[in-house]
Design a protein around this ligand. Structure first.
Ligand SMILES: [Zn+2]
Length: 354
């Protein structure tokens, strides 16, 4: 399936922006999508909401993009609702006697389907990345419970649908959670596997604030050198973390190798979603062919590759253009998250007819 290349170049906007800083991003969005942002805020201010289903491969940055959308439009209007986070929270609740009892009472009252409450609890306890998916009727009733607890917001749903058998449920999801009159939309992501691979292999996470960075693609402002191990590493630049060292996540060093089967399933799901009628779709593509980049995007919107030099005294941080083959083998650049979110904002205004 071909995702169209989106033009993020805007006539007359020649200023360069630092897209890695919140202040730089604010200016960037203001200048490149000011009218669209105004329309969206006006829509939300009137109390309107919508539901978006994020469909992209594992580690394709769905969370990052929707959180940045909320950062720009307003966290009071938009929520990134992750099924994975919800299940992890319930997992913690099960260790608390009072919360566990609440959950049992809720399931007894609200769950309808082929499993006893004991079975449902054991599914929740046993769940892990390798285990089969949780029953769809269980996920739906838990999502409804969680969503009804908060104020009504626009939802970016991440992690549902997960399998082909769940895709038709999404068409009725808004009715189930009481968002009956809301527009709903699929947001489909296209990120080349090579990019996912490098993001995983070089990912570094702060053990204190959980900020995720990348040694090759998105360093912090503090890079140091370990002379014994002959390697460069990142320190967290969040003042509250007091320069703690960012760590690789277990299993990440193997890149996409161990999750190939999962990525294939995710791809099938995206294709299936793209072929459904009656629901609008937004196509977000992370990569731009090298030959089209000059026409469609600005230089500072592209992800550079960082590399480092050690002169015995201090670390010099250098950058160069990062070219990577997309899934068809076409040499491409990878867009920074802000450029993808710019496309998301503009396409959202279009599908909502604002
Ligand atoms: Zn930190």
């Amino acid at each position: 399936m071909q995702f169209p290349v989106f033009r993020t170049k805007v006539k007359g906007v020649t200023k360069k922006f630092d897209l890695n800083s919140p202040a730089g991003r604010r200016q960037y969005f203001e200048l490149k999508a000011g009218p669209e942002i105004k329309k969206l805020r006006a829509y939300f201010k009137k109390g309107n909401t919508f539901i978006a289903y994020l469909l992209g491969k594992k580690n394709s940055g769905k969370g990052t993009y929707s959180k940045m959308f909320a950062e720009i439009i307003g966290h009071q209007y938009v929520e990134h609702f992750s099924i994975g986070d919800m299940i992890r929270e319930i997992d913690r609740d099960l260790k608390d006697a009072k919360k566990k009892k609440e959950l049992i009472t809720f399931l007894e009252k609200n769950y309808r389907g082929g499993h006893s409450v004991e079975e449902l609890l054991s599914f929740l306890k046993k769940r892990s990345t390798s285990a089969p998916l949780l029953p769809t009727d269980l996920i739906l009733v838990l999502a409804k419970r969680q969503i009804s607890r908060g104020k009504k917001k626009t939802l970016f749903i991440d992690g549902f649908p997960r399998g082909l058998d769940q895709i038709n449920f999404t068409l009725f999801f808004r009715d189930l959670i009481g968002y009956r009159e809301d527009p709903d939309v699929f947001i489909l992501f296209n990120v080349p596997e090579k990019i996912i691979d490098e993001r995983m292999k070089y990912r570094r996470v702060c053990p204190k604030c959980q900020t995720s960075r990348n040694l090759k693609l998105l360093p912090t402002s503090k890079v140091e050198y370990d002379a014994k191990k002959k390697e460069f590493y990142l320190l967290c630049d969040n003042p509250r973390c007091k320069s703690v060292k960012l760590q690789p996540k277990e299993g990440d060093e193997k890149g996409i190798g161990p999750i190939k089967a999962r990525l294939l399933k995710d791809e099938e799901l995206i294709q299936q979603a793209a072929s459904l009628y009656g629901i609008p779709k937004i196509f977000l593509r992370n990569s731009v062919p090298e030959t089209l980049a000059k026409t469609y995007v600005d230089d500072y919107e592209l992800t550079p590759e960082y590399y480092y030099q050690w002169d015995g005294q201090k670390v010099a941080v250098k950058e160069k253009p990062w070219v990577v083959a997309d899934d068809e083998g076409v040499p491409s650049y990878s867009l920074l998250a802000a450029a993808v979110v710019l496309s998301l904002i503009k396409q959202t205004v279009e599908v909502l007819h604002l």
